[in-house]
Design a protein around this ligand. Structure first.
Ligand SMILES: *[C@@H]1O[C@H](CO)[C@@H](O)[C@H](O)[C@H]1NC(C)=O
Ligand SMILES: *[C@@H]1O[C@H](CO)[C@@H](O)[C@H](O)[C@H]1NC(C)=O
Ligand SMILES: *[C@@H]1O[C@H](CO)[C@@H](O)[C@H](O)[C@H]1NC(C)=O
Ligand SMILES: *[C@@H]1O[C@H](CO)[C@@H](O)[C@H](O)[C@H]1NC(C)=O
Ligand SMILES: *[C@@H]1O[C@H](CO)[C@@H](O)[C@H](O)[C@H]1NC(C)=O
Ligand SMILES: *[C@@H]1O[C@H](CO)[C@@H](O)[C@H](O)[C@H]1NC(C)=O
Ligand SMILES: *[C@@H]1O[C@H](CO)[C@@H](O)[C@H](O)[C@H]1NC(C)=O
Length: 460
């Protein structure tokens, strides 16, 4: 009897697994009703990989920094902008090519074969090993996606990234990869968006020093943080992790309309500045923070709790503390109250010294009410925190012992998302060569098989 029960349980599980049942059992009808894409019986990852979903493309940005023509253009641009033709930045490891892209594409082919097309965005350069005849590969030049050609040539990755959603023929949802991102394990769409439609945002577990360095990156995070505090209120924002980012074209467009001046500025910068819109941080927090507008009439009703037709400071304070909870401060509310009073006083009908504001006075203060509705409206997008265990990030140092130890970790337990960012600019040529060789060996061990996107050596 015991054996019978367990066998029937196994059969039930097996049948319930949907696709497996359809393939393996002759009696499963096409109208089989279990949705195997959200069914969790046999473990999410086993089934999710086989789920049909809308097509998803991948977009990479890439540069060959050892190309003499590229270096010449960069130096020219720097001089044109009044900077010295800084040797350092020409020699910068940000631009060095260790063939990461080749291995990243191998990892994509191996671990996310469901990705439809791959767009490679470059200044016109093409990796020597890339098979341009592969129908899944398209090289996109900056000219094709920059609406304002006077912003070119550009050496600012954020400027380029701000236009990726304009690629012709690109899927509505697409994955944005840097060339130093690798997939260390099978990846499914559910690693980016839950079956309930929640976008996963991958952030560092704490705020940390990312905001507190003198680098352009750090200054820009602080800049965006400040912009977001103005619009959405204060929050302990954390830097975004270095993982592939699932972007939606329409949401990117909406984000750029919302911060139009800042995006224009980002696009126009030919080299990195201290105030660009950093792609993953900005997008992740836009998803997490953007709210539906509340009409100012509705807003007034929410705040006029005693239905007197006027708003008092006491009402403002109590409603704000109720709605905004921890992100609220009494000082914020007082400032808002003062702003409303000043605004009402500046209107056609100056306020007297009374401590209340009527409906028409409040509705006339659109700057303040718009800001308020951004803080108390319903969330526009649903999001969830991506697991910290899903990703591994290493700013590859030039210290051989440290590199050895960290690389061994990667090999022993490759995470789903791996980023190996190099930091060689501060070291001697000998050490750089050593670490580069180690990096090459690690990538070769992780992803030994050439992908369909590489030319075979004969055709090369
Ligand atoms: C750049 O390098 C050249 C030699 O390669 C040197 O003469 C020049 O002083 C350097 N410029 C700066 C700003 O370091
Ligand atoms: C980068 O440019 C250099 C110099 O033009 C060239 O030798 C090398 O093959 C290029 N690298 C790739 C991956 O195309
Ligand atoms: C930045 O540094 C200052 C002083 O070093 C410190 O007080 C502050 O908490 C730091 N902020 C963050 C976000 O780490
Ligand atoms: C293109 O960019 C330049 C430089 O930022 C700016 O002066 C110009 O107004 C822009 N053109 C358009 C059509 O937006
Ligand atoms: C609103 O208040 C202002 C004074 O602050 C007053 O002049 C105006 O008539 C009031 N409007 C209504 C509809 O009560
Ligand atoms: C690069 O490495 C040096 C020391 O080797 C370190 O001081 C520096 O902070 C590193 N740069 C980054 C951006 O991590
Ligand atoms: C760039 O770096 C390499 C090795 O780190 C060095 O040999 C070379 O002189 C540097 N080039 C310039 C222009 O500084």
């Amino acid at each position: 009897m015991k054996a019978l029960i367990s066998i029937s349980t196994i059969i039930m599980l097996y049948v319930a697994s949907g696709r497996l049942a359809r393939e393996a059992s002759p009696w499963a009808s096409p109208s089989f009703s279990v949705d195997h894409c959200s069914d969790n019986l046999l473990g999410r990852r086993l089934l999710a990989g086989s789920c049909p979903h809308e097509p998803i493309d991948a977009v990479y940005t890439w540069v060959n920094g050892s190309d003499p023509e590229f270096r010449r253009q960069l130096s020219e641009t720097l001089v044109h902008l009044g900077h010295p033709p800084a040797n350092e930045s020409v020699n910068d490891s940000r631009f060095a090519d260790n063939e990461e892209l080749r291995y990243s594409l191998r990892s994509l082919e191996q671990h996310a074969p469901w990705v439809r097309r791959i767009y490679l965005v470059t200044n016109g350069q093409v990796p020597a090993w890339l098979d341009l005849d592969n129908p899944r590969i398209t090289v996109v030049r900056h000219e094709e996606i920059f609406p304002n050609k006077s912003h070119l040539p550009t050496f600012s990755s954020s400027a380029i990234e701000s236009h990726l959603h304009r690629i012709k023929g690109l899927s509505e949802h697409f994955l944005f990869f840097n060339d130093d991102f690798f997939l260390g394990q099978p990846v499914v769409l559910e690693d980016f968006v839950s079956p309930r439609g929640e976008y996963l945002t991958f952030l560092w577990p704490s705020r940390g020093g990312a905001f507190n360095q003198s680098s352009a990156h750090s200054c820009s995070l602080t800049h965006v943080d400040r912009l977001f505090t103005q619009r959405y209120g204060p929050e302990e924002r954390r830097a975004a992790a270095h993982v592939p980012l699932l972007l939606k074209r329409s949401i990117v467009a909406e984000l750029q309309t919302t911060f139009a001046a800042e995006y224009e500025h980002t696009s126009a910068a030919h080299v990195r500045t201290n105030d660009y819109m950093q792609t993953s941080f900005t997008y992740s927090y836009f998803l997490r923070s953007e709210r539906r507008r509340v009409s100012s009439g509705r807003l007034f009703e929410m705040f006029d709790t005693d239905r007197s037709g006027t708003l008092s400071e006491r009402e403002l304070l109590s409603v704000m503390s109720g709605l905004l909870g921890r992100s609220y401060s009494v000082r914020d509310a007082r400032l808002l109250w003062d702003e409303l009073r000043r605004c009402a006083a500046a209107g056609d009908t100056p306020t007297d010294s009374s401590t209340e504001l009527n409906r028409s006075a409040v509705l006339g203060c659109t700057t303040a009410t718009t800001r308020l509705s951004q803080r108390i409206g319903e969330r526009r997008y649903r999001t969830r925190d991506g697991a910290r265990s899903a990703w591994f990030y290493l700013k590859v140092p030039s210290r051989p012992q440290v590199v050895k130890r960290r690389f061994t970790e990667v090999l022993a337990n490759p995470r789903r998302f791996i980023c190996l960012n190099n930091n060689f600019s501060d070291s001697t040529a000998g050490r750089i060569k050593f670490v580069r060789d180690m990096l090459g060996q690690l990538l070769e061990r992780l992803f030994p098989w050439p992908s369909q996107f590489e030319l075979t050596s004969i055709r090369r």
